[in-house]
Design a protein around this ligand. Structure first.
Ligand code: TPP
Ligand code: SF4
Ligand code: MG
Length: 309
């Protein structure tokens, strides 16, 4: 278990300077993910803010090989890479498909579902900034109820978020986990664990976006933490079917209470038009989901290293 950021590997795969907005949490998440994956890694990335982070030829801000692919084909291209590496006998390379919520929940879901059904030996990571941010902030199926976007400008989105990790868990892949850029050690540990498992591993990462969610760049980490503390984002892992809350969510479950959702939404301009009824509905949704997670908790295996003889 990594106890502090000071114990993380020194080697950096993100080079100094990149083109993301001030306060973008994607850079925080990506830096820790690449540290966990190490240098024998190839990523496939579709059009998204991650392409922006990578930079435009001849400049790059990332020190690992990357294949840029079309918007719907992240998982198909990554599966092709896995097959190609196998065909030429290359071993020990981790192939990662890495896309946004639009590129995963909506347009990339077909290729991802096909690859998961075949238990393709890769890691697929979805970072969720809850809209199509690279093209100006259009609604996605991961935008929360009541949030305004450029395509839900006045009343806000009328539907709840699609539960993508649950869809992936329904494929019965060996590992599904959720994480947040505001808890980088939890994220690092999950990526490291995923790296050493065979078959399809799916990670979902909540990544707050200051210009899209309309909060000041200095509050990125705070907003990400509030998402978890209010239960809007829940940290867990499903390993071979066993569900377990982790990190801050596990601590909240032990404490017995979440903070009210209102504390999270009142700090973000995207919820400026939300109605009283929508806030109540959002709270009801969070509470019922939380109860489901608590009921699904499987006990942690005993840690024999701490037992006295
Ligand atoms: C087939 C296709 N449709 C639309 C686009 C335009 N497009 C490029 S990036 C993007 C938004 C990506 O959203 P998401 O996957 O959530 O990543 P984010 O930009 O939020 O990081 C869109 C709509 C495209 N490149 N290809
Ligand atoms: S729009 Fe949001 S996710 Fe995209 S680079 Fe800017 S802060 Fe990051
Ligand atoms: Mg997005």
């Amino acid at each position: 278990m990594t106890e502090s950021v000071l114990s993380l590997p020194d080697k950096e795969y993100m080079l100094p300077g990149n083109r993301t907005c001030a306060g973008c949490s994607l850079g925080i998440a990506y830096r820790h993910i690449l540290k966990a994956l190490g240098e024998s890694t190839i990523v496939t990335v579709p059009a998204s803010c991650l392409t922006v982070l990578h930079g435009m030829y001849p400049i790059t801000s990332v020190n690992i090989p990357c294949m840029n692919v079309t918007f719907p084909s992240t998982a198909a291209a990554a599966a092709g890479l896995v097959a190609g590496l196998k065909a030429i006998g290359k071993k020990g390379i981790t192939v990662v498909g890495f896309a946004g919520d639009g590129g995963t929940h909506d347009i990339g879901i077909q290729a991802l579902s096909g690859a998961a059904e075949r238990n393709t030996d890769f890691i697929y990571i979805c970072y969720d900034n809850e809209a199509y941010m690279n093209t100006g902030g259009q609604r996605s199926s991961s935008t929360p109820l009541g949030a305004t976007t450029t395509t839900t400008p006045v009343l806000g989105k009328a539907q709840h978020q699609k539960d993508m990790p649950a869809i992936m868990a329904a494929h019965r892949v060996p590992y599904v986990a959720t994480a947040s850029s505001s808890y980088p050690l939890d994220l690092y540990e999950k990526v490291k664990k995923a790296r050493d498992i065979m078959g399809t591993r799916f990670l979902y990462i909540s990544t707050p976006c200051p210009p899209g969610w309309l909060f000041p760049p200095k509050d990125t980490v705070k907003i990400g933490r509030l998402a978890v503390e209010t239960g809007m984002v829940v940290l867990y892992e499903i390993e071979n079917g066993g569900f377990r809350l982790t990190g801050a969510s596990e601590r909240l479950a032990a404490k017995g209470s979440l903070r009210p959702v209102r504390e999270y939404i009142e700090l973000q301009g995207r919820f400026r038009h939300i109605t009283k009824d929508q806030i109540e509905e959002l709270q009801r949704w969070v509470d019922s989901r939380w109860e489901e997670y608590l009921a699904r908790q499987t006990p942690r295996p005993p840690d024999y290293s701490t037992l006295q003889n």
